[in-house]
Design a protein around this ligand. Structure first.
Ligand code: DAH
Length: 341
């Protein structure tokens, strides 16, 4: 019996030295200290030994159990440290590796121009007014003095929907009626930005979708001097201090009088170049005094109120600013183009 106990001790200690995980440690504990282990059985069987052998064997078995228990505790510390080390290795992060650069998005060049326009007009007291891109024929045309048979409709042919009288707006001008109807009888100073649609052949100079920024001011004493002042100030802030601005007679059904607004070409300073087609001037907006009937359609009494309005194309502004000669670049989603802004 004593010999067996010492064999067991040797075997147990050797096995314990090889244990390198908590699972293996648990298995070891069951084998050498568990209910069915030799030591436990030896301790239980002491009663059956001849009385003279009992103290010696009992002492030896008990000592072995204490020794195994002590060794188990020691091994547990060692294995815990090992497991921690292993976990640390598995989760290791090399902080010296270069980071993966996050690709940053940016604002579309047209959006950048729009934001610039908003901030210039905001300083002059104009708020941004949102109007829908899907419009009625009534607002897009009729209430702007373009009845169904009006020849000027040819300037704005659009996409019609299958719903009678519903179309994609050809300009931001119908928003004027919406703003007037909402604010009447208060005075108004708004800009109306957004997308507009034209049923036209797509070329370098025209897309079937592009942007406009409409402007509208309505009040008791608004004159053409206000229109000229606001647009001159705007043009100089956007294109540069020294730009000259000129107003040419024109025709729009919803304004009277109507005009087109030109700014001296920023590229050649008015000397004449390819961009201004050698005229020295670049057209930046259509404008005019709001037609009395349009004021009436918005709810205002034209005897009491006057107003001015204008419409400009931020796509063209961006083309001029960045020297881009084809509007289609803006809408082709080509990152090689867009990442330049
Ligand atoms: N709606 C016109 C167009 O799309 C632009 C325009 C001209 C707007 C004169 C106006 C204006 O508000 O007064 O061609």
């Amino acid at each position: 019996m004593l010999e067996q106990l010492s064999d067991i001790r040797e075997r147990a200690m050797a096995a314990l030295a090889a244990v390198d995980s908590l699972t293996a440690l648990d298995a070891w504990r069951t084998e050498y200290l568990g209910k069915k282990s030799f030591v436990t059985a030896a301790l239980k069987s002491i009663g059956q030994l001849p009385p003279e052998d009992r103290p010696v064997v009992g002492k030896a078995a008990h000592e072995l159990r204490l020794a195994l228990e002590a060794a188990l505790e020691e091994a547990r510390q060692r294995v815990l440290a090992l497991e921690q080390e292993r976990a640390a290795q598995a989760e290791r992060v090399d902080v010296t590796l270069p980071g993966r650069p996050a690709t940053l998005g940016r604002l579309h060049p047209i959006t950048q121009i729009l934001y610039e326009i908003y901030s210039i007009f905001a300083e002059m007291g104009f708020q941004v007014y949102d109007a829908p891109e899907v419009e009625t024929d009534e607002l897009n045309f009729q209430l702007l003095n373009l009845p169904p048979d009006h020849p000027a409709r040819d300037m704005w042919s659009t996409f019609y929907t299958t719903r009678d009288g519903i179309l994609l707006r050809t300009h931001t001008s119908p928003g004027q009626i919406r703003a007037m109807r909402q604010f009447c009888p208060e005075p108004i100073r708004v800009i109306l930005p957004g997308r507009v649609y034209r049923y036209e052949a797509v070329t370098a100079r025209s897309e079937s979708m592009f942007h406009q920024v409409e402007g509208l001011a309505v009040g008791p004493r608004i004159t053409m001097a206000d229109l000229k002042g606001v647009l001159t100030d705007f043009a100089r802030r956007l294109y540069g201090e020294h730009r000259q601005v000129r107003f040419r007679c024109s025709y729009f059904p919803f304004t009277e009088p109507s005009m087109e607004v030109d700014v001296s070409c920023a590229l050649c300073d008015g000397a004449g170049c390819r961009v201004c087609k050698h005229t020295g001037w670049v057209e930046i907006a259509g404008a005019g005094m709001v037609h009395p009937q349009v004021l009436r359609n918005g709810g205002y009494d034209p005897e009491q109120f006057t107003g001015f309005a204008f419409g400009m194309g931020p796509d063209r502004i961006a083309m001029l600013r960045y020297g881009i000669d084809d509007i289609r670049y803006f809408y082709s989603d080509d990152l090689r183009f867009l990442a330049q802004f």
